[in-house]
Ligand binder design. Structure first.
Ligand code: ADP
Ligand code: 5GP
Length: 204
């Protein structure tokens, strides 16, 4: 009577703090699965194959698209990114909270595919200038890449109204507390229940 699993999508401009917040959330939710995307972008220092992403080349990615291996995919900042279908469906079937760090196109697509399961959170900095400081402070991208990400940030923020929640990530600990509350409520959504079987069981 209950749909199995729930989906929590984290989206927002690059540098807003999605990965930092996910790391804190992960400790609070052992019963979760983080969807490891595939990407054609190059690996950053400290990133590990199969942990942060599956790093694949363009031809392999395009082959995956043809074979229907992705639940959703998009071109973001000039690279391909996609969500693997198999692992996500397995995790939902195991009644896990499936967490995604995906862009606004991916959020729109997943929300369409899983309207009953999905809770989405838009995470951003209080301003573009703080985003710029964070991207520069992270030190993982060169000036050209940072410029491109900042240019794209405004277009991403324009999608805010498509999300259930907004976290303005000023203080990391405060933001993490908010995200933990949202994750807990993602598992209590009325839409996770199918009404007819629920009523049959309730009337017993
Ligand atoms: P994203 O995953 O959204 O691209 P990251 O989690 O990598 O962003 O964060 C970008 C940078 O900002 C990192 O260097 C991170 O340590 C830092 N950061 C994240 N949240 C905060 C915060 N609330 N205050 C200050 N710095 C932060
Ligand atoms: P980054 O290169 O900073 O890791 O990620 C760049 C952007 O791609 C971020 O907005 C991130 O959320 C998004 N992204 C990562 N994986 C996926 C995915 O599988 N699908 C989509 N649509 N976006 C993704």
């Amino acid at each position: 009577m209950k749909h199995k699993g729930a989906i929590l999508i984290l989206s927002g401009p690059s540098g807003a703090g999605k990965s930092s917040l996910y790391k804190i959330l992960a400790k609070e939710f052992p019963n979760h699965y983080f969807s490891i995307s595939s990407t054609t972008r190059s690996k950053r220092e400290g990133e590990v194959e199969g942990v942060h992403y599956h790093f694949i080349d363009k031809a392999t990615f395009e082959c995956g698209i043809q074979k229907g291996e992705f639940l959703e995919w998009a071109e973001v900042h000039g690279n391909y990114y996609g969500t693997s279908k198999k692992q996500v469906l397995e995790a939902l079937n195991e009644d896990k909270l499936v967490i995604f760090d995906i862009d606004v196109q991916g959020q729109a697509n997943l929300k369409k595919s899983f309207p009953n399961h999905t809770t989405s959170v838009f995470i951003t900095t209080p301003s573009k200038s703080i985003l710029s400081q964070r991207l520069k402070g992270r030190g993982s991208d060169n000036a050209e890449v940072i410029e491109k990400r900042l240019e794209n940030a405004l277009d991403e923020v324009k999608n805010l109204a498509n999300f259930d929640y907004l976290i303005l990530n000023e203080n990391l600990e405060d933001s993490a507390k908010k995200l933990i509350c949202i994750a807990k409520s993602a598992f209590c959504k009325a839409s996770l229940y199918e009404i007819q079987p629920f009523l049959q069981n309730w009337e017993k």
